[in-house]
Design a protein around this ligand. Structure first.
Ligand SMILES: Nc1nc2c(ncn2[C@@H]2O[C@H](COP(=O)(O)OP(=O)(O)OP(=O)(O)O)[C@@H](O)[C@H]2O)c(=O)[nH]1
Ligand SMILES: [Mg+2]
Length: 438
C-alpha cells in the first residue's frame, strides 16, 4: 500500500484563484467543501478565494462583484469555478478575466486524465473531454469569426460552399468522436471475451464488486481482502482503472473488483463515458457499497445516496450490502448512531461495519453466507434470545412453535462452523437444542 499524501502536498504548486457560489443551503456548503478537496487532489494551491452570489445567467456570478474581483486580483493565471458553467458562461468569464477558466467538471477531468493508466480509460476521458469542449470550442471559434450570437446555419452562404470554418470544425469533431467511440467499442468487446472466459473457468466462484463514493476506502478493502498493494490515498479519485483480484474463502474462490469512485454533481456524460467499464464492474453476485462512517452523518448519508443513485443508473440486478468503513475512528456510541441512521434511510439493505485497514472479519462472514447452503431442522426449548440469534446468523426458512419445543428450518453455508456456533450459544443460554440435517 502506498500513502502518497505528503508527497502530493509538496507538489501542490499550481496557483489559482477560487470562485465559489455563496452557499444558500446545506448542499452548496457540502459541494464547496468538496471543491477544496478536489483542488488538493489536482495539486492546486489557492492563492485567493471568493464566495459570490450566483445570480447571473450570463456569468453565473454577480457581474458587479466579478468586476471588483477582477480589479482586486490584478492578473490571475488560472481561475477555478466551484460549480458547473454553461459553455457560454465559461467563454464569457474567459473573456472577462482574460485567463484560463476551469469549472468543476474540467477540474475532475484533469484529475482523471492524470490518473488514467490504460488505453481504455484514456480514451474514455478523451471522449468526455471532447463532449465538454465541443460547444465551448464552437463558441470561441464564432467569437474569433465575429459571429457572436449568430448560428452558423443562418450565415451559411457567407463562406461559399464547403468553405465555412464552422462546418469544417463540426466535421472534425464528428470524425474524432466516432474514431474514439469505435476504438472504445473494440476494447469493450475484448473485455467482454475475457469476462466470459473467466466465468467459464470459474463457474463456481463468487464475484464481488466494491463500489462507493471516492475516498471511502475501496482500495484499502481490496488490499486487505486480497493482500495486494493497490495505491491508497486521501486524494480524491486515486483509483481510476478497474482492478480485479481474487482470494480464497476455504474452498470458495472469490473474485473482487475495485473501480473508480463516485462523486455528487457530475454531468451524466462523464458517467456515460465510463458506463461500459462500470457495467462490467457492477456485473457481480454481490455489490459492496462502501461508505465512510467517520464522516458526519449528513455527509455519510448524502454520499451513500449518490452512490446508490449512480449504481441505479447502471441498474445491475445483484445483491447489495452497505459496508460502513473506518469504524476504528469511531467511539461505540457514535458507531451505533451511524448504523441507526443508515438503517432508517436505507431499510432492507444489510449493513456491515468494518475497518478496512485492520478489521474485515464481519464482512468476510457476510460474504461467506453466499457459499452453497445445507438445510437443518433445529428444535430448541423456547427462548426468544436463541431465536433472534438464529435470525442473525443463519437463514431461517420456516418455523413452528409448540408449547415445549420450538422448531426452525434453517440453512447454513458452513455447516460445521454454524452448528458449533448454535450449540455454543444454546449452552450459554442454558437451553437444549437438537440439529438434524434434512
Ligand atoms: N482510519 C482508517 N482509514 C482508512 C480506512 N480505510 C481507508 N482509510 C483511508 O481512507 C483514505 C482513502 O482510502 P482509499 O482506499 O484510497 O479509498 P478509495 O475509496 O479507494 O478512494 P478512490 O480510489 O479515490 O475512489 C486513505 O487515506 C486510507 O488510508 C480505515 O478502515 N480506517
Ligand atoms: Mg481507490
Amino acid at each position: 500500500m502506498q500513502e502518497s499524501d505528503t508527497e502530493n502536498s509538496q507538489q501542490a504548486s499550481r496557483e489559482c484563484v477560487l470562485l465559489l457560489p455563496l452557499p444558500l443551503d446545506e448542499r452548496q456548503k457540502f459541494l464547496n467543501k468538496e471543491m477544496s478537496q478536489l483542488l488538493r487532489s489536482a495539486r492546486y494551491f489557492i492563492s485567493k478565494e471568493f464566495m459570490i452570489n450566483a445570480n447571473n445567467s450570463k456569468y453565473l456570478f454577480s457581474y458587479h462583484r466579478l468586476q471588483e474581483i477582477h480589479y482586486e486580483i490584478n492578473k490571475p493565471t488560472i481561475i477555478i469555478i466551484g460549480s458547473h458553467l454553461t459553455p457560454k458562461q465559461g467563454v464569457n468569464l474567459e473573456n472577462l478575466f482574460e485567463c484560463k477558466v476551469i469549472d468543476k467538471f474540467d477540474l475532475v477531468l484533469e484529475i482523471f486524465a492524470a490518473r488514467a493508466m490504460t488505453e481504455e480509460s484514456k480514451l474514455q476521458i478523451d471522449l468526455a473531454r471532447l463532449k465538454y469542449e465541443h460547444p465551448r470550442e464552437r463558441l470561441r471559434l464564432m467569437h474569433r469569426l465575429g459571429l457572436d450570437g449568430a448560428w452558423h446555419t443562418e450565415r451559411s452562404g457567407f463562406w461559399g460552399t464547403g468553405e465555412n470554418p464552422l462546418n469544417i470544425f463540426e466535421a472534425r469533431m464528428t470524425r474524432t468522436e466516432s474514431r474514439l467511440k469505435n476504438r472504445l467499442a473494440e476494447l469493450s468487446k475484448q473485455r467482454e471475451k475475457g469476462r466470459f472466459s473467466r466465468k467459464r473457468h470459474h463457474h463456481d466462484s463468487l464475484y464481488v464488486s466494491i463500489v462507493g463514493y471516492t475516498s471511502a476506502g475501496k482500495s484499502t478493502l481490496l488490499n486487505s481482502l486480497t493482500n495486494s498493494q493497490s495505491s491508497v490515498s486521501s486524494r480524491l479519485f486515486e483509483t481510476l482503472d478497474t482492478r480485479i483480484r481474487s482470494f480464497k474463502l476455504e474452498d470458495l474462490k472469490v473474485f473482487i473488483t475495485d473501480t473508480v469512485g463516485f462523486i455528487e454533481d457530475l454531468p451524466t456524460f462523464l458517467i456515460d463515458s465510463f458506463k461500459s467499464t462500470l457495467e462490467e464492474s457492477l456485473a457481480a453476485d454481490i455489490l459492496l457499497i462502501i461508505v465512510d462512517g467517520s464522516e458526519p452523518a449528513e455527509y455519510m448519508l448524502r454520499k451513500t445516496r449518490v452512490s446508490i443513485q449512480t449504481i441505479n443508473e447502471i441498474n445491475p440486478q445483484n445483491y447489495r450490502i452497505i459496508v460502513i468503513n473506518k469504524i476504528d475512528l469511531l467511539a461505540d456510541r457514535v458507531l451505533e448512531k451511524q448504523l441507526k441512521c443508515l438503517k432508517s434511510h436505507f431499510p432492507g439493505l444489510p449493513i456491515v461495519p468494518i475497518a478496512a485497514i485492520n478489521d474485515i472479519q464481519p464482512l468476510i462472514f457476510e460474504i461467506d453466507k453466499f457459499r452453497p447452503k445445507q438445510r437443518f431442522r433445529c428444535s430448541y426449548s423456547p427462548s426468544y434470545q436463541f431465536r433472534s440469534f438464529c435470525y442473525d446468523f443463519t437463514c431461517v426458512e420456516h418455523e413452528t412453535f409448540e408449547n415445549s419445543d420450538w422448531e426452525m428450518i434453517i440453512s447454513l453455508r458452513k455447516p460445521k462452523y454454524g452448528i458449533e456456533m448454535l450449540k455454543h450459544r444454546a449452552q450459554k443460554l442454558g437451553i437444549k437444542i437438537q440439529m438434524e440435517s434434512i
